[in-house]
Design a protein around this ligand. Structure first.
Ligand SMILES: *[C@@H]1O[C@H](CO)[C@@H](O)[C@H](O)[C@H]1NC(C)=O
Ligand SMILES: *[C@@H]1O[C@H](CO)[C@@H](O)[C@H](O)[C@H]1NC(C)=O
Ligand SMILES: *[C@@H]1O[C@H](CO)[C@@H](O)[C@H](O)[C@H]1NC(C)=O
Ligand SMILES: *[C@@H]1O[C@H](CO)[C@@H](O)[C@H](O)[C@H]1NC(C)=O
Length: 319
């Protein structure tokens, strides 16, 4: 599994954008030029008519750069670490807000020319690309200052992460004070009056950017079945745990609960639906919910729902 860092600052940006899995409005053949500045796919939600928002939880991708400092014209290897892979990507190296340098085109990828030829890279189709994929970026011959590799990654057209980054420091910059020992492992060092501060890359945190931030996204959406959410475990790092929704069970939430699992509580009576498609609980009058787990009365709730907020909870008062 990868390592994660949490980022913040300087200038090189890598962005990856999205792909779209056989669904309308995606970009199966690469990010459009409209994504050059925003680094956001702009896929539309057909029911709301609004652009789909990026994921807000920690991304399952980490960007590693080697070497972590550059000289003008130098080739930097950018590795995407991930246990789950991606379908869409948009990559840039940014100095401030401008993409700089040139990406080498590997099979399955192509240039997106944002401000200059070859300054951005994107996918050519929506096949799943494995973690560990490497890209090469060549720094411009006159560049000075920190550059930020920035990426947008898409798992499918609805699930994507924007503005993931890793910094590449200017090798000619003199580091003083605490920064002289290069303490920031996955981040950039800034020297203050009395101490240094590390600005961590995406997916890392801690004073020296050595602590990985774990992502709750462990596998291509289907790992925890249709009825579960996958959470990365920190120890061992490659393991995961599925939290199943009501009606599903099993390590990967792939098994539908049936009456054999005795799901109905509080005196509910269980009826199997057709073979393998779940169950139904008939609850006593003072309980409701899929498994009769909620104290309440179905008649009272039915009547109240027209006069109070739909999110209000109807509680049956025992007398
Ligand atoms: C699309 O919009 C609908 C209605 O606003 C919303 O319920 C749904 O979660 C949205 N889907 C995505 C992927 O944003
Ligand atoms: C780069 O291109 C974007 C539009 O794609 C434009 O807004 C921006 O001003 C350009 N930047 C430079 C430095 O040319
Ligand atoms: C994507 O492109 C690669 C190579 O260009 C090819 O091997 C693969 O089959 C393609 N996948 C799809 C889903 O078109
Ligand atoms: C960061 O690394 C320095 C040595 O390079 C060490 O003295 C310091 O304790 C470390 N800080 C943290 C928060 O780990």
């Amino acid at each position: 599994m990868a390592e994660w860092k949490v980022p913040i600052s300087a200038s090189l940006v890598l962005t990856m954008l999205l792909a779209c899995l056989h669904r309308a409005y995606g970009y199966p053949s690469g990010a459009p030029s409209s994504a050059c500045s925003s680094l956001t796919p702009g896929h539309m939600n057909s029911s709301s008519g609004q652009p789909i928002a990026p994921q807000t939880l920690q991304s399952p991708y980490v960007i590693k750069v080697q070497p972590t400092k550059y000289t003008p014209g130098q080739v930097i290897t950018v590795t995407i670490e991930s246990s789950i892979g991606f379908r869409g990507i948009l990559l840039q190296a940014r100095k401030g807000t401008t993409p700089v340098g040139t990406w080498q085109v590997a099979a399955d990828y192509k240039h997106l020319n944002c401000n200059n030829s070859g300054d951005s890279l994107t996918h050519v189709n929506s096949s799943l690309k494995a973690g560990g994929t490497q890209f090469s970026w060549t720094a411009p011959s006159t560049l000075t200052g920190t550059v930020k590799i920035m990426a947008t990654f898409a798992l499918d057209r609805e699930i994507f992460w924007t503005r993931q980054f890793a910094s590449v420091a200017d090798g000619a910059e003199q580091l003083s004070g605490g920064c002289a020992t290069e303490p920031c492992v996955d981040g950039l060092c800034f020297q203050g009056a009395n101490s240094y501060i590390c600005d961590c890359n995406s997916g890392f945190e801690g004073g020296n950017c050595t602590d990985k931030i774990h992502s709750p996204y462990c596998q291509d959406g289907s790992l925890c079945g249709v009825g579960g959410t996958c959470f990365q475990q920190s120890n061992p790092v490659s393991s995961y745990r599925c939290v199943c929704e009501t009606g599903y069970r099993g390590i990967e939430c792939m098994t539908k609960v049936t009456c054999n699992d005795n799901p109905c509580i509080n005196g509910g009576t269980c009826f199997n639906r057709h073979a393998g498609v779940g169950y139904f609980c008939s609850c006593p009058s003072d309980f409701i919910g899929t498994n009769c787990e909620v104290p309440g009365n179905v008649d009272c709730c039915f009547q109240l729902s027209s006069v109070v907020s739909p999110s209000a909870k109807c509680v049956f008062l025992k007398t």
